[in-house]
Design a protein around this ligand. Structure first.
Ligand code: ZN
Ligand code: ZN
Length: 217
């Protein structure tokens, strides 16, 4: 999540969004960006309804055309006319982004960046001088070009052994070197990466992320 002028931009709505929002006192969500529709990235969308209630407005969601289609199937009840009163659902306005489209959203400059997630092409996002590339097993050259001059990059690194749909740690380090952000944090980490031991063998400019990590960009 990014915070700028009191407006929070959230990338993906993880299953534990409710617990994280309470733990870290997230007071508002101005906009949501979705990378893809795998369950671990969208199953917190139902929690957005609480922010609708508090903020008294619908919340924009930015996503690919493919994710939009999939979301309307998986969470159909968010996009159809309610059959009865009561039991409110999240009120979302989907906005489709084309690959490499740049938009100004709530004061943030957002660029949708195609990345490979196994056979799938999903979106990573550049937001100002920050980028978030989760669930990534390959990065097209054009996307790398759009990632120059980053302060902070958050990048997928699942584990040491190779995986068909996620970067291994070695692959992630190589990609991070190619991109050359001032600081890279690895995310989507499996249990078999021991936090302190792995950080000790990584350069200081590349470290494992953790829940509650904060930084300035
Ligand atoms: Zn995924
Ligand atoms: Zn995932």
């Amino acid at each position: 999540m990014l915070e700028q002028d009191g407006q929070n931009l959230l990338i993906d709505t993880s299953i534990d969004l409710r617990q994280q929002a309470l733990k870290y006192n997230i007071q508002n969500i101005a906009v949501v960006l979705l990378t893809h529709t795998h369950a671990d990235h969208i199953f917190g969308l139902d929690e957005i309804r609480r922010y609708n209630l508090v903020q008294q407005k619908r919340i924009p969601v930015f996503l690919s055309a493919e994710s939009d289609q999939e979301l309307r199937k998986v969470m159909y009840y968010l996009y159809e006319t309610p059959r009865q009163k009561g039991g409110g659902v999240s009120m979302l306005d989907n906005n489709i982004l084309q690959p490499y489209q740049q938009s100004t959203v709530c004061g943030y400059t957002v660029t949708a960046l195609p990345i490979h997630h196994g056979q799938l092409e999903i979106f990573g996002y550049r937001v100002n001088n920050f980028a978030y590339l989760t669930d990534c097993s390959g990065i097209p050259e054009k996307t790398v070009e759009k990632l120059s001059g980053l302060e902070v990059l958050v990048l997928d690194a699942l584990r040491d052994t190779p995986h068909p749909t996620h970067f291994s740690l070695d692959e992630a380090v190589a990609a991070a070197e190619r991109i050359g952000a001032k600081q890279t944090y690895f995310t989507h980490i499996a249990h078999n990466l021991e936090h302190e031991a792995v950080n000790a063998r990584l350069p200081e400019s590349m470290q494992l992320a953790h829940d509650g990590l904060t930084f300035l960009v």
